[in-house]
Design a binder for this molecule. Structure first.
Ligand SMILES: [Zn+2]
Length: 226
């Protein structure tokens, strides 16, 4: 659907809410660019030359390895750079990794608003309880070749090879129980407060029940678009 146009969709939700999967589906259906801060950042921290020569990137790698968030100004700069690029191409965007804290929102939202217009920005909060988040993340798997995430939903339970490239599936080492619990706590204390901020700033925000199957969450999102 190439006529969907210059719109910007932001998905916010705790680890395991499936926001990455939802964003990917929206990107495919609507012809949007899927802006993944994790990918933009990982491209940098997985480059040994950059890590060696850039203190900011070395620090980001350390935080990442211990399950913490990247410095917010760094994440925001990655996002802003990409948003400006896509806006100049007239492309729509879906984001699922930023803003993650108010500081990021404060840096990013005015630029998004200036480039896309607030009427063309839609924010979805995908709600998920801590129990459900833990359950979904404690068995999180990725593929060996390209690190494609394999969502922890019943429909993916029995697959043994990556649906995209056929490679072996492994358990992500980052996801030990303590790290999972910490990531949910970080979400509650740092990410969730953005919702109020965005409402106060007058953005169009919709809450979605993230405990439903993937297809139902997607349908709810598509129902609430423009
Ligand atoms: Zn794969």
């Amino acid at each position: 659907m190439e006529s969907f146009g210059k719109k910007l969709i932001i998905l916010i939700g705790p680890p395991g809410s499936g926001k990455g999967t939802q964003a990917e589906m929206l990107a495919e259906k609507l012809g949007l660019f899927h802006l993944q801060t994790s990918k933009l950042g990982e491209a940098k921290i997985n480059n040994p030359e950059l890590v060696k020569n850039n203190l900011e990137i070395a620090e980001a790698k350390q935080l990442y390895d211990s399950g913490k968030l990247w410095p917010h100004t760094w994440t925001a700069s990655l996002v802003i750079e990409k948003v400006e690029e896509m806006a100049s191409l007239g492309k729509g965007i879906v984001l699922d990794g930023s803003p993650r804290v108010i500081h990021e929102a404060v840096l990013e939202m005015p630029i998004m608003k200036a480039l896309y217009g607030s009427d063309n920005i839609k924010i979805f909060e995908i709600k998920l309880s801590d129990e459900e988040s833990f359950k979904r993340n404690s068995h999180r798997r990725i593929c060996k070749l390209n690190q494609h995430p394999i969502p922890n939903f019943p429909e993916f339970e029995n697959i043994t090879a990556c649906p995209k490239d056929g490679s072996e599936i492994i358990v992500r080492t980052l996801d030990d129980p303590e790290v999972i619990k910490k990531r949910y706590q970080v979400y509650l204390s740092e990410t969730e407060p953005i919702i109020d901020f965005l409402i106060k700033e007058g953005y169009n925000l919709v809450t979605i029940n993230g405990e439903q199957p993937i297809e139902d969450v997607q349908r709810d999102i598509l129902d609430k678009l423009w």
